[in-house]
Design a binder for this molecule. Sequence first.
Ligand code: 5GP
Length: 198
Amino acid sequence: MPDATATSRGLLLIISGPSGVGKTTIAHRVERALDAVFSISVTTRAPGPGDRPGVDYHFISEDEFAARRDAGDLLEWAQVFGHHYGTPRQPVEECLAAGRVMILEIDVQGAIQVKSRLPEAFALFILPPSEQVLLDRLRHRRRDDEAAIQRRFAKAKEEIARAKASGIYDAFIVNDDLERAVQEAIDRVQAELRRRQA
Ligand code: 5GP
């Protein structure tokens, strides 16, 4: 399959981080600041109350997911909390071919796949200031019951350890203060864009 991403002029930006760390907010602020495009993942999980179908995710069935994966339609995919998530390949290729910044908000498993296929992808990982702060934030979201919060917390600690061990992240950004973390993410991406233009 021809791979437009391999010769593209744009920048593929991966943003990962554990649940509750504020990565979605940071990713959307980077999107606005850099006039970037946000990749809309496909997922087999059910839409939650705050989810806008077709905007936050494309919600699809397990059968459709398997068909798209097997057809090579997904740039990467992973199973998270028992559900499948994947990045549609075509919008990424189109966006990069047009020279834009494309943001993938994906987990570490997905980021490893993308980096192995497209080593020129730039990857940021958002860290909480501490484990206790992360646990407090997961509780404050009021999205889950205590058992689910504990599962997310355990998974978050595992995700951080896996990210550090993977060696694929170009920078780790601590979200101690949202404005500062957003600015650091923007600065890092702009520095990378300048480096590539030089
Ligand atoms: P949530 O269900 O809370 O929206 O997302 C759960 C996790 O799945 C998050 O860590 C999120 O970054 C990750 N995720 C969302 N979309 C994708 C995707 O397309 N690929 C991969 N690998 N992970 C994803």
